[in-house]
Design a protein. Sequence first.
Length: 350
Amino acid sequence: MAQIVKIKRSTTTAVPPTLNKGELAYSSNSNKLFIGNPGDSAVDVIGGKLYVDYLDHAAGTLTNSSALITDSSGKIDQLKVDNLTFNGNTIISTDTNGDINITPNASGDLVLDGVKWPQADGSANYLLTTNGSGQTSWTAVQGQTATDNVTFNDVTVNGVLNSDDITAVNLTTSGNLMVTGNLTVNGTTTTVNTATMTVEDPLMSLASSNNTADTVDIGFYGIHDTTGSQDAYSGLFRDAGDSGKWKFFKDNQAAPTTVVNTAGTGYEIATVVAHLEDSATAITGGSITGITDLAVADGGTGRSSLTTNGLLYGNGINGILATPAAADGYMLVSNSGVPTWVGSINGGTF
């Protein structure tokens, strides 16, 4: 008859309370195999169905609720650690914000492909750039990104800078802003605070929206304050409301908008100091004042004043001469060609 050796067993108790040295026990409650420690009879776990089930899957394949068993190359197909999944060459984060944090210990560095990344720390506000061949370095371009202001030291734009490339409330440059292409500004006001502005364009185009109607004035103006308490405006403009006449003005307290308010408080015609030249100059609508001794060739008399009731006579290219009126009874005679008043006529001798 075959001999049967039985060990201690339980279907209700997970761990036997005591075992003799070398004594075996098995619990189907915990699926564990136990032995009494040969040294001190402590109950030690040496196996059981629980651990065999952990290993009952293909090597190299990650299986839920199972142990990790690498394949013959020492690899496993994927590994999940908390919110990170390592699968082949891909690291996936299932964290709610999607962050993947890698923090070297103490002053340690993060090394990628044998190169410390980022490379040796640059100065404050330096920018990390790439050479296009997998190498990074710090570049001496100061700047910071913010929701309110963004500040750059020098900006060079070699391509097209579109409206969606930089979005900021204020863009401030402490150095130079160089644009090698075209710069288009879409807005209602462009303010240039500079001491000197140089423009290569020999002819500036103004009033571009006036191409379908003649409704706005064309020109330029500036602000001045001769009293210290009242802003006024002066300039030159083409008056669309007055047959397109060009006008110089000054002291207008009404700031020009699309038109110059010629009825504005203080508006006056400004004085122009210039030489006028035209093949047919016409002066209409007023009189000429402030000119002394306008020459005969220019339509004048060459004299600044005339005696009351005096008589004018020519003097060649030197202008017009005048002789005052004589007393009653005097007669005008020629004296060597000069008009002269005399009181009597000498009939001569015979």
